[in-house]
Design a protein around this ligand. Sequence first.
Ligand SMILES: CC(C)(COP(=O)(O)OP(=O)(O)OC[C@H]1O[C@@H](n2cnc3c(N)ncnc32)[C@H](O)[C@@H]1OP(=O)(O)O)[C@@H](O)C(=O)NCCC(=O)NCCS
Length: 158
Amino acid sequence: MDNQTQIQQQFIIRKLEIEDYQKEFLICLSYLTKTPELPLEKFKEIHENYPGFVYVVEDVQQKRIASTMSLVIEQNIFETKYFIENVVSHPDYRGKGFVRSLLEKIKQDVISLEKNRNEGNENVNKEISIELYCKKETKGLYEKLGFQENGFMASKYV
Ligand SMILES: CC(C)(COP(=O)(O)OP(=O)(O)OC[C@H]1O[C@@H](n2cnc3c(N)ncnc32)[C@H](O)[C@@H]1OP(=O)(O)O)[C@@H](O)C(=O)NCCC(=O)NCCS
């Protein structure tokens, strides 16, 4: 997996780094969800224990996180599941194709992760899927990015 990919002049895609705390990562995320105060130490702990990878687009001139998307990896009994979460672009950087590029990067990384996991094993399911949960308002975005509605997702407050 490449460490970073240049996507447009001045912008790169890479995995989240601790230094992104100073590069307004949490501000970018706050446009998706209410983000509580998160001290640096706690941020480091979450970063280290994240069950997958957090990807970011950095504006390298402004040293600012423009967009982010996370890949959660869940090892089930028979298969590995891949989920997308925390998809957001800072309002200053929307409409530039960053979410599309992040998804493409994640797709390539998932393919190479699966390839490495299954090396030498011929009895393997060749279909790899990436799943996500989204609100009705953003369904159109994901359909545009090639996702198809599949099943029923529900929540119960406890
Ligand atoms: C939705 C959001 C993540 C899109 O980010 P973005 O960086 O502007 O997306 P991109 O520029 O990569 O857009 C990719 C494609 O999706 C389309 N698109 C973007 N938002 C869309 C929406 N809400 N509905 C339908 N299509 C949408 C774009 O037009 C683009 O299509 P194109 O490549 O054919 O031109 C951004 O508006 C955002 O952060 N919104 C608030 C947080 C949010 O709702 N996140 C999703 C949670 S499920």
